[in-house]
Design a protein around this ligand. Sequence first.
Ligand code: UTP
Length: 288
Amino acid sequence: MKKITKAVFPVGGMGTRFLPATKSIPKELLPIIDKPLIQYAVEEAIDAGIETLIFITSASKHAISDHFDPMPDLRAKFMAQNKSHLVDKLDTLPLEIQRVFIPQGAPLGLGHAVLQAEAMIGADEMFAVILADDFIQAEVNPLKRLVAVAEMKQSATISVEAVSDDRISSYGVIQPSEWQGDFTQVTDIIEKPDAHAAPSNYGVIGRYVLPQSVFAVLRQTKMDKNSEYQLTDALNELMRSSGLQAVKLAGQRFDCGSQSGFVMANLHVAMQNAGLKAQVLAYLSSCK
Ligand code: UTP
C-alpha cells in the first residue's frame, strides 16, 4: 500500500446557513479572525504528509484557487517596503504542494463530491478527506493520527467525537467494538439517530481516510430523500466489505457550518491572541 499523500477537500456545498456571505465565496473561505477555514485545513493536511490537494469546487466559485495563488506583485511591494511580516502572510501554500481543482457540477451531497476525485486516486491508494468547516484545535494533528491508524490497520478510518445527547441526532453515530486506546473497529453507523436509539455517543466528524474502493461503492449509492448522495451510506458499505476503524478526536472541534460554531471558533482563537483577549473579554463581560 502506498503512503497517503493526497487529500480531498469538498468545498462545493451551498453553505445556505451563511447566505448572503456564501453567494460568491464558499463558506470554507470564511475567516477565523484573519485566516480562512480552508487554510487551517490545508496546513493540517500538509503537516500530516499530504503532497497533493484536490479541491472539489462549485463551478462559479474561484476564490479558493485565488487564495492559494502566489501574488508576486504584492510580494515585491511588501519586500521593497521591508514588510516581511506581511510577505509571510501572502505565502498561503508552498509551491511544491500540488493543487488540483475539480468542479462538482451540482451540489448533490458529500458522497457525490468525493466521487469527483476518482480520476486522481490510484488503484491501491488510500486518501484523506477533510471537511474544512469542521474547525479543529488540537495538540496532536487529527489527520496525522488518522493516517497513522489507517496505515497500521490498512483500513478505511474515520474520526469521531463524543457528542452530548441533545446534539447526537445531528450526527452519523458509530457502534464501536472494543476500544484499543483511542481507536476501535466500527460495527455499525446510524445516521442521525434519536438520542435513545443512538448506538454510542460517538459522532462522525469531518476527517476521513478512505481506500480507492470507496469510489465503486459511491457509484452504487442511492440518492437520499433530499436528492443527495451521502458519504455515510458508502462508509456503511465499506465497513461491511472491508472493515472500518474509528479514532477518537483528541482536541476541540467547532462546527463552523453553523453560525454558533463559527462565532465560538472565532472567540476561541481570540482568547489565544494576547492582543485580542483582554479587549474581547472586556466586551463580553459588558454583554447582557
Ligand atoms: P454541509 O452538510 O455543511 O452542507 O456540507 P452545505 O451545503 O455546505 O451547507 P448548508 O447546510 O447549506 O449551510 C458538509 C461539507 O460537504 C461539502 C461542504 O462544502 C462541506 O465541506 N459539500 C456538501 C460539498 O462539497 N458538496 C455538496 O454537494 C454538499
